[in-house]
Design a protein around this ligand. Structure first.
Ligand SMILES: [Zn+2]
Length: 426
């Protein structure tokens, strides 16, 4: 009896954080499993396999879990033809907590970008561990977040710690392309009703993300008139017109650089434009032909305080005006895609609670940032209009050779998620 009592007491003394620290192999093993399934997007490989595994894991943790297959017809309507053979899935899990009034939603994407180059360890999908880092495609972006969260939930379960809010977890597809069938599909179609959301990337270390820039991606085609290369005066050279148009952008860039916005951490942000990430000539280009077509892309980053449709109108008006001022310059503009910016004031108690958790676990002050790149936060913040933050273990060399995550950060994130779940009631 006495020894049983002591054992029970010893068990009760173990907190979720203790459990996470004492069992790093749990987290790392999960991450190796995840990295070992190459969910490369595009095209979107092995989604079936990884979502089956995730569903199984979530069910084993006691969550009511559903896997949603995107109907083939819907996928075909959204995806380019080369991706039609790759089915899309999203996973949603729920834990109802008796007496809890609010619901928190954790989201991560499980797709990864393609690999190239020579990696330090034999395969980018091996999950090799060396020098306090775990290597592999997806370790930093963002399968490490998935492993951290699963480990946090397992730690709560093992130590019998109760979350103070109902819990929703989604693992979604396609963030590396446009999320239309992933988080975009989820917020529009899945049975979710969160009051708060944590997208598990965007902020890391001592920094919690409270918003990100939007994007507006356009393609401009300049239409000239072909002629024989030996008589260029008989044609209209689309490349030369495009060059003049590109030079006209200097005014627009100067104008953008004058607009400033201060983020909560006091950093000055400016809207930006990147020209010609992709550019080229049309079909029929030949060294002895006057180019009839030239095209370039525009990547306009929209600040949280800017009005997105107004930014688009302004850019299109600028293009039309600039083209009019160049003799015989005819253009067409096509929208490739767009993502809205998002921003939640970190004065909301949710952010204060998260900052306290980060500070408690990491023993350092917490800052709030606004990310210049985008992630899936805007689906929750902009579409569902709920306080949304970005935080995860992160890592280095995302989208590059030798992508890796720090073991210490993975464990810290798991502890922070567990801390948030057991301290914040909404
Ligand atoms: Zn990501």
């Amino acid at each position: 009896m006495a020894s049983d009592g002591r054992r029970q007491q010893a068990r009760a003394l173990v907190t979720p954080a203790d459990f996470i620290d004492r069992h790093p192999g749990e987290l790392l093993g999960r991450l190796q499993q995840l990295v070992g399934v190459p969910t490369v997007n595009p095209p979107g490989e092995n989604y079936d396999q990884i979502t089956r595994w995730l569903t199984h894991e979530l069910e084993a943790l006691g969550l009511e879990t559903r896997r949603f297959a995107i109907p083939a017809a819907k996928a075909r309507a959204v995806l380019p033809a080369a991706q039609h053979a790759y089915p899309r899935f999203n996973v949603l899990a729920k834990l109802r907590v008796p007496g809890a009034k609010k619901t928190i939603h954790f989201n991560a994407h499980y797709d990864v970008v393609p690999v190239s180059g020579r990696w330090r360890h034999e395969s980018p999908f091996s999950g090799a561990i060396a020098g306090g880092w775990i290597y592999g495609r997806g370790t930093a972006d963002m399968k490490g977040s998935i492993a951290s969260l699963l480990t946090a939930v397992r730690a709560l379960r093992v130590t019998r710690a109760t979350p103070r809010m109902n819990l929703e977890i989604s693992f979604t597809a396609d963030e590396e392309t446009d999320s239309a069938l992933g988080a975009g599909w989820l917020v529009a179609n899945a049975p979710i009703s969160p009051d708060y959301a944590v997208v598990m990337e965007g902020g890391e270390g001592g920094t919690v993300c409270c918003g990100h820039n939007g994007t507006l991606w356009l393609e401009v085609t300049v239409h000239g008139r072909p002629a024989h290369g030996s008589t260029p005066e008989k044609g209209v050279n689309a490349l030369e017109k495009m060059s003049a148009l590109i030079l006209a952008f200097e005014d627009y860039k100067r104008d953008l650089a004058r607009r400033t916005w201060k983020s909560p951490e006091g950093k000055t942000h400016r809207p930006t434009v990147n020209l010609g990430g992709e550019f080229g000539c049309g079909a029929g280009a030949k060294i002895n032909t006057v180019p009839a077509h030239a095209s370039f892309t525009i990547d306009r980053r929209v600040l949280p305080e800017e009005n997105h449709p107004a930014a688009e109108r302004e850019l299109r008006a600028f293009l039309a005006r600039a083209a009019r001022q160049i003799p015989r310059c005819r253009i067409t503009v096509r929208k490739i895609s767009e993502n809205y910016s998002c921003f939640s004031e970190p004065t909301d108690p949710f952010f204060g609670a998260m900052a306290r958790c980060v500070t408690r676990v990491r023993k350092q002050p917490t800052r709030f940032n606004v990310s210049t790149g985008f992630n899936d936060m805007h689906f929750f913040s902009h579409h569902l209009k709920i306080p949304t933050l970005g935080y995860g273990p992160g890592g280095i060399h995302c989208h590059a050779v030798d992508e890796r995550a720090k073991v210490k950060e993975l464990l810290a994130s798991a502890k922070i998620y567990a801390e948030l779940l057991t301290t914040f009631a909404g």
